[in-house]
Design a protein. Structure first.
Length: 290
């Protein structure tokens, strides 16, 4: 397979006004990777907003599992265009069924009051952390066959998990995870592309952070894990050509659900985006697996 580039995932086909089609990547999971519909839906919404307006937030719900073998159609509704803000509602469709909804808001940039209380965690710099893809390649025989076949689709985002050697083992540990990430190929300097790409990458290793206090591996056959909703706020311009630190923590899990929040910093310690996600975390009894 030829080298896969991250930007190609957001090259949507225009079917007609407000209707777009995106091709799917099979990452070897049980269903379509949630980050794909996050990024493609945001990219579709951008195509209906006047130039100069930049996404500052989106809120989404995942309704049905997507099929990674099929494309996704995005239906964009123009909710409002005001003097400063624009709102869009995006519906993702497969086989005639709504699998996902997004509401996104865009703003014309303006000056305003500013503060940052968030502190960037003190972690090893990216050049001292092994790439996750190298970790997978070194343990090729230990990962599931679907994941082995899909490794080429994991390469476009260079993800480097702090303490990766122990992050994926069934061992109880605090619900905190830090990863460095950037695009492996240099992308054009456009806000929509970098925001869509960061939305895509924001779903990597996110909900599984909530598993860590329970000592359950994400590969456990008794586990059922799926995103329910995902929200994201963009605070500053995003540059995924350079390293960004994704700091995640899970403040709560219960009722077969886990909640995770994230902060994304650039190397200067500036908070560029925040995320929040809730997802299903259900462990099936042994008798139901036999």
């Amino acid at each position: 397979m030829s080298e896969v580039k991250l930007a190609s995932l957001f090259e949507l086909e225009t079917i007609e006004k407000g209707l777009f089609r995106g091709q799917s990547w099979d990452l070897g999971f049980r269903a379509l990777f949630g980050g794909q519909v996050l990024g493609q839906a945001l990219s579709a919404a951008y195509q209906t907003v006047e130039a100069g307006r930049v996404a500052h937030s989106f809120h989404t719900y995942f309704l049905l599992p997507g099929d990674a073998q099929k494309p996704v159609v995005y239906d964009v509704e123009v909710v409002r265009d005001g003097r400063s803000f624009s709102a869009r509602r995006v519906k993702a469709i497969q086989d005639g069924k709504n699998i996902f909804y997004m509401t996104a808001s865009f703003q014309a940039p303006e000056e305003g009051m500013h503060h940052q209380h968030a502190q960037m965690p003190d972690v090893p710099p990216p050049h001292e952390v092994e790439s996750d893809i190298t970790f997978y390649e070194d343990n090729f025989d230990k990962i599931a066959k679907p994941m082995r076949e899909a490794l080429s689709y994991h390469r476009p985002v260079d993800i480097r998990t702090i303490d990766a050697a122990t992050s994926y083992k069934a061992r109880k540990r605090p619900p905190v995870r830090h990863i460095w990430m950037r695009s492996r190929d240099t992308m054009q300097d456009t806000a929509n592309l970098h925001q869509a790409s960061l939305a895509y990458a924001s779903d990597y290793h996110f909900l599984s952070t909530s598993l860590q206090p329970h000592g359950i591996a994400v590969t456990d056959k008794s586990l059922r894990i799926a995103t329910i909703d995902h929200a994201m706020w963009f605070h500053r311009p995003v540059n995924l050509n350079d390293w960004l630190l994704y700091a995640m923590e899970s403040p709560f899990s219960g009722n077969a659900r886990g909640v995770v929040r994230g902060q994304i910093f650039n190397q200067q310690g500036e908070l560029v985006a925040s995320t929040m996600q809730e997802g299903l975390m259900r462990q099936l009894p042994e008798e139901s697996l036999s």
